[in-house]
Design a protein around this ligand. Structure first.
Ligand SMILES: NC(=O)c1ccc[n+]([C@@H]2O[C@H](COP(=O)([O-])OP(=O)(O)OC[C@H]3O[C@@H](n4cnc5c(N)ncnc54)[C@H](O)[C@@H]3O)[C@@H](O)[C@H]2O)c1
Length: 324
């Protein structure tokens, strides 16, 4: 089986690639795994270093918006797992053009390439942010999409284009919508690695608004395990929520990071809230649990502690990224 992983040098994509090449997913043994990545600021060859010598891995530096590259790499592919995206909400508020280009046009280019190449299955990695914000309860997959940030809107657009390629052209598409991820190799602009590395350096952490925005934190290993289940056993044309981590307010999350790093509340620097900051995300995971037997396995206490320890032990990975 030949697998094409877009964005495989980023945080979640590289976790999936490392897992796929180290037998983390039972019965899933690609003969060839191609990473197609543009290596933006978020793509990093070091994320693939643990599997760089695996003869099944081929890394292609290319843009998912480039139809020629996409055509070349889609040929002979059985399974696409599409992670490549501009992924940081704050950057999308500062400027949305790259988000529309990569997330919308890039996804459409890949879907067209997959259709023309006769790819067996296209797994589109979407996000729970497409649903908007929810005060109580959790979203089932059929909940209407109401994205609030330019990032979320670009992801909702690509999510719907993926669905449309299934309905219109019969392309075998599956879509995942996951909650917030954390773990090693996450670019230190995102809240957990930013806060952890600031605290390890004796610095302060910028806490948005009243700190009461709620996120469901899921370890990246659990997200990728869910993606593997959907990619291999999900029903064509279906959407599967992935989540079931731990819901925490940003203040609760910060308190846990302060405890792990041995710092106190004086390290918190309150800052003006993010524009259109969604109050709470919460996905209903009944479907993936019932149909595919998905269960998150990493408890937040262990996951957060191990993640902070990883950043403590891997300064050579993140220091150049923060300096740059
Ligand atoms: N991080 C989360 O909490 C989370 C949660 C749910 C869903 N997602 C989705 O998962 C996917 C991966 O997220 P991440 O956090 O690993 O992102 P990331 O920013 O760490 O990685 C994105 C990767 O895509 C590559 N890329 C960007 N533009 C490209 C282009 N035009 N052509 C080819 N490659 C390109 C980058 O170089 C990078 O390697 C995204 O689609 C994101 O929307 C993320």
């Amino acid at each position: 089986m030949r697998v094409l992983v877009t964005g495989g040098a980023g945080f979640i994509g590289s976790n999936f690639v490392r897992g796929a090449l180290t037998d983390r997913y039972p019965g899933f043994t690609p003969d060839e795994l191609v990473v197609l990545d543009k290596f933006t600021y978020a793509g990093n060859p070091a994320n693939l270093a643990p599997v760089a010598d695996d003869p099944r891995l081929r890394v292609v530096r290319g843009d998912i918006c480039d139809p020629a590259v996409v055509k070349q790499e889609m040929a002979g592919t059985d399974l696409v797992v599409h992670f490549a995206a501009e992924s940081h909400v704050d950057r999308s508020i500062a400027g949305a053009a790259e988000f529309v280009l990569t997330n919308v046009v890039g996804t459409q280019t890949l879907l067209q390439g997959a259709l023309e190449a006769g790819v067996g299955r296209f797994t589109h990695v979407s996000t729970d942010e497409v649903y908007g914000s929810i005060d109580e309860g959790s979203w089932p997959e059929e909940h209407p999409l109401a994205p609030n940030s330019p990032y979320a809107a670009s992801k909702a657009s690509s999510d719907l284009i993926a669905r449309a390629f299934h309905i219109t052209h019969g392309l075998d598409v599956v879509i995942t919508r996951c909650s917030n991820n954390y773990g090693p190799y996450q670019f230190p602009e995102k809240v957990i690695p930013l806060f952890a590395t600031n605290l390890l350096d004796g610095g302060q952490v910028p806490l948005y608004g009243d700190g009461l925005n709620v996120r469901d934190w899921l370890h990246v290993d659990d997200h990728c395990a869910g993606i593997h289940l959907v990619a291999t056993r999900g029903r064509a044309g279906e959407v599967y929520n992935i989540g079931g981590g731990t819901e925490l307010t940003n203040r609760e999350l910060t308190t846990r990071l302060l405890e792990i790093t041995g710092r106190d509340e004086s390290a918190i620097r309150p800052v003006a809230d993010r524009l259109a900051h969604d109050r709470r995300y919460s996905v209903d995971i009944t479907k993936i649990s019932g149909e595919l037997g998905y269960r998150p396995s990493v408890p937040i206490e262990r996951g957060l502690r191990e993640t902070v320890e990883w950043y403590r032990a891997n300064r050579s990975w993140w220091e150049p990224l923060k300096a740059g």
